[in-house]
Design a protein around this ligand. Structure first.
Ligand code: ATP
Ligand code: MG
Length: 227
């Protein structure tokens, strides 16, 4: 199987001359939930923007095997239209019939636990529901690689857990599981991933079991670092 994502020697410098990525290598070997952690300014968001095609690398290669979607920390920054269905329509690929568009929107809503929410005004949704709608947009677009930049940072603990379980489920479903690349500062989330890596100074380390990396970063909370 082709890896969902393969990045080789990726470098990027902001127009003001500040380097953000430096010979960064990263491979997502298979669908699943893959997490990145790293201190402020280590280059995590810049990396996701490069993968999503919002920035152009200075050098290096990015190869994604399918369509890519990006989910931001704050869903208000990506939900644009007033109702759930009208917003999801924006994400659909071109060339679908009216019936196909309706079916696809209904299916995407159902897959994130928002079945029947087509006409709901977005401003009436909770933060967690908005984030799930943003994930529905990724599904409606047909993306196979979903990049999530601190998707739970603004959520209460229950919604945080629900969004994490949703993405875990979508990336482990029997049919067309997603590859999800999830950035977090919340070390407890590393308990629920297929692999976790540390980003430092514009480069990503190798994949490790999430609990082990959490333990290295915070031995008091993450458990035994030698596991
Ligand atoms: N628009 C920008 N213009 C110039 N420099 C930027 C810009 N955005 C980020 N940077 C710089 O690029 C580097 C990497 O930033 P980035 O936002 O990717 O880090 P991050 O790991 O996502 O941090 P955080 O955990 O705080 O979100 C930092 O030095 C940052 O100051
Ligand atoms: Mg960031």
């Amino acid at each position: 199987m082709t890896p969902p994502l393969c990045i080789e020697r990726l470098s990027y410098t902001w127009p003001n001359g500040r380097p953000a990525l430096s010979h960064c290598n990263l491979q997502i070997p298979a669908p699943g939930l893959w997490m990145l952690v790293g201190s402020n300014g280590s280059g995590k968001s810049t990396l996701l923007r490069l993968i999503a095609g919002l920035l152009t690398p200075r050098s290096g290669h990015i190869q994604a095997s399918g369509k890519v979607a990006l989910v931001f920390q704050n869903p208000d920054h990506q939900l644009l239209l007033p109702s759930c269905a009208s917003d999801l329509q924006l994400d659909l690929p071109a060339g679908l019939s009216e019936a196909e568009r309706r079916d696809r929107v209904g299916l995407a809503l159902a897959q994130v636990g928002l079945a029947g929410f087509e006409t709901r005004p977005i401003h009436t949704l909770s933060g967690g529901q908005k984030q799930r709608l943003a994930i529905a947009g990724a599904l409606a677009s047909g993306a196979s690689l979903v990049l999530l930049d601190e998707p739970t940072a603004l959520l209460d603990p229950d919604s945080q857990q629900a969004v994490l379980e949703l993405v875990w489920g979508l990336s482990h479903r029997a049919e067309a599981p997603l590859a999800a690349l999830w950035i977090t500062h919340r070390l407890e989330e590393l308990q629920r991933c297929d692999g976790a890596a540390l980003m430092e100074k514009g480069a990503v380390g190798s994949w490790q079991p999430g609990p082990r990396l959490a333990g290295q970063l915070d031995p008091l909370r993450g458990g035994n670092p030698n596991r």
